[in-house]
Ligand binder design. Structure first.
Ligand SMILES: Nc1ncnc2c1ncn2[C@@H]1O[C@H](COP(=O)(O)OP(=O)(O)OP(=O)(O)O)[C@@H](O)[C@H]1O
Ligand SMILES: [Mg+2]
Length: 250
């Protein structure tokens, strides 16, 4: 089982759009996939039309894998299950602060899914916190959407530096360009500069696309309502590149 986090400390960069479409394509390609929505906003749960639990359960989240199992919901798609977010997940940081070995908590609970799933996708909230650190430890791959603009470049550099300063393996960080508007000279120049500086960017580029925005209207992954369109191809390609990269991991 591989764990892939869609993560950035920056908000609104495409983490949720990536989680939803990546989980969809992974499941479609035959991988038993579990999407865990860690963001109290619950956006990926919404896109999959999955209702959150009616009870607060953040307190039990990091205690044992069995607590998570109770909250697994089936999606409309074969091979794809969801653990929806609950608003009480906003307390994750405070809760984690109270645990011994808090950084390893998430890894420990996720281990329980090893037999049942090939892939766990984590849709992460935009922060750099106790939860983020537990995500860095639990994940085999930290997939980072980067909008090619100056501030996003800066945020990405901060993330690389954070990994280095805290001895997290930098090779877990797998960035790709998101919401790209190829006609913008700033986007083109930033992509060229960042790809030359960091040789770790995936080749797949996710374009800025109104089809991706429409996921909110259709409450579904982009392929289900915009088949054979550029945005759908781009996420399929992203999944293929990500799964090839995952195979090379130890
Ligand atoms: N490639 C894209 N093209 C156009 N719009 C996009 C694209 N990706 C995401 N969006 C839109 O941008 C907004 C933010 O996207 P998304 O929710 O995926 O980002 P996020 O990083 O998960 O945000 P947050 O930090 O709030 O969790 C949404 O309205 C989404 O529909
Ligand atoms: Mg999100």
């Amino acid at each position: 089982m591989k764990v892939i986090a869609c993560y950035s400390m920056k908000g609104g960069v495409g983490k949720t759009a990536t989680s939803v479409n990546l989980a969809y394509w992974a499941a479609k390609s035959g991988a038993k996939t579990l999407l865990i929505d860690l963001d109290p906003q619950g956006a990926s749960s919404f896109y999959f039309r999955v209702q959150p639990s009616s009870k607060k359960w953040a307190k039990r989240f990091f205690k044992a894998y069995e607590n998570l199992v109770k909250h697994i919901k089936a999606s409309d798609f074969e091979n794809l299950d969801i653990i929806p977010a609950h608003l009480s997940f906003r307390n994750f940081d405070t809760l984690l602060a109270g645990f011994n070995k808090r950084k390893n908590r998430l890894k420990r609970v996720l281990k329980g899914f090893n037999k049942e799933y090939d892939l766990v996708v984590l849709d992460c909230p935009p922060s750099i916190s106790h939860l983020s650190e537990s995500i860095f430890i639990a994940s085999d791959m930290v997939l980072v959407p980067v909008i090619p603009t100056t501030l996003s470049e800066r945020t990405f550099e901060q993330l690389m530096a954070f990994f280095k300063d805290n001895d997290y393996p930098q090779d877990k960080i797998i960035p790709f360009f998101s919401m790209v508007q190829a006609q913008k000279s700033l986007h083109k120049a930033t992509m060229e500069a960042m790809s030359a500086r960091y040789k770790i960017f995936l080749n797949t580029v996710i374009p800025y696309s109104s089809d991706i925005e429409k996921m909110g209207v259709h409450k579904a992954p982009v392929d289900t309502f915009a088949k054979s369109r550029q945005a759908s191809y781009a996420y399929h390609e992203l999944w293929e590149e990500v799964s090839e990269t995952a195979k090379k991991l130890a």
